[in-house]
Design a protein around this ligand. Structure first.
Ligand SMILES: [Zn+2]
Length: 311
């Protein structure tokens, strides 16, 4: 069995071969989720991700693989499991190997959560793989967002900047739970409709709001000069906030027109990464993305399991 990285993660054994998150189209490819740095056509993916691909890349081209149903790909037995990162996101089990893809053990209301799996080799994404990348508890962040929103709504409109796919829908669900039905631009609305098709009842409005409102926009709308719903909110003395895991470590007030920022993450933070490795109890850990070197060192030092960065 050989695992290497070449424009994607390649697992091969004799004439068996499978490609995880390849950057090119391949019928032995497996795409873990619908973020644009992962999406390619013609690969295997969850039916949810395939519907997202249609919206984002214009064609529904690929093979749907439902969660938990074993499949043969490139001669290997594979299985997709919920990854808790975004709607439709999957971890990939290839025999005794688990690849997390982008994942989150805290999960979200629109995507379930990642559960550890006993495995021989764990290939883990390490976006927040440095020791200092500790994220606050999700419940605390959500509580802060709710109370800030309640206060700001008494003064005027409130607009959140959140990545179009995944985070935008999570904040819409949170606002819906508070009785708010946010306005969104068309490109976010189209993605929300895919969620609705799969039974996730997000409530949102299109078009220009009259009077007070809440809104969810792309983060780029909050960059100066602000535009769209964010601009409208400002004209009505409203407030804006940015949602990203990186808000736990960096300030975005200079690059964006913001009143607040919240560390709302769809990735596992450092503590969750370490905990996940322990609970999967692997013989070997391979790390990919972000702080992969630092995390491999931490795994060897703190858990005593062999580890290296795959790239
Ligand atoms: Zn992602």
């Amino acid at each position: 069995m050989k695992i290497d990285y070449k424009r994607g993660i390649r697992i091969s054994d004799g004439d068996k071969e499978v490609l995880l998150d390849p950057s090119y189209q391949s019928d032995i490819g497996v795409v873990t989720h619908g973020h644009l740095d992962h999406l390619v056509k013609d690969a295997r993916m969850t039916p949810h991700t395939l519907d997202i691909l249609k919206i984002r890349l214009g064609e529904r081209r690929g093979k749907p693989v439902p969660y938990f149903i074993p499949q043969k790909v490139g001669g290997f037995d594979i299985q997709l499991l919920p990854a808790g990162h975004v709607f439709g996101s999957a971890m990939v089990k290839v025999g005794d190997i688990l690849y997390t893809g982008d994942f989150n053990t805290r999960g979200g209301v629109t995507c379930g959560k990642a559960e550890p799996v006993d495995c021989g080799t764990l290939i883990i994404e390490t976006t927040y793989g440095k020791r200092e990348y500790r994220l606050p508890p999700k419940e605390e962040v959500e509580k802060d967002i709710r109370s800030w929103t309640q206060i700001q709504r008494e003064q005027g409109p409130v607009v959140f900047g959140a990545y179009d796919f995944g985070k935008a829908q999570e904040i819409i669900a949170l606002l819906n739970a508070m009785g708010e039905v946010p306005h969104v631009p068309d490109k976010i609305a189209k993605l929300c409709e895919v969620y609705q098709k799969h039974g996730i009842g997000l409530k949102f409005k299109r078009g220009t709001p009259q009077g007070d409102f809440t809104g969810v926009v792309s983060p780029s709308s909050l960059k100066r000069p602000i535009d769209g719903l964010a601009k409208l909110a400002r004209e009505k003395d409203g407030s804006t906030a940015y949602l990203s895991g990186w808000c736990a470590f960096y300030h975005f007030f200079r690059s964006m027109d913001l009143d607040a920022q919240f560390p709302f993450s769809d990735h596992a933070g450092y503590d969750e990464l370490i905990d996940f490795v322990k609970r999967c109890d692997p013989d070997k850990v391979l790390t990919v993305h972000g702080s992969s070197k630092e995390f491999a060192e931490a795994v060897e030092q703190d858990i005593g399991v062999r580890s290296r960065s795959l790239k």
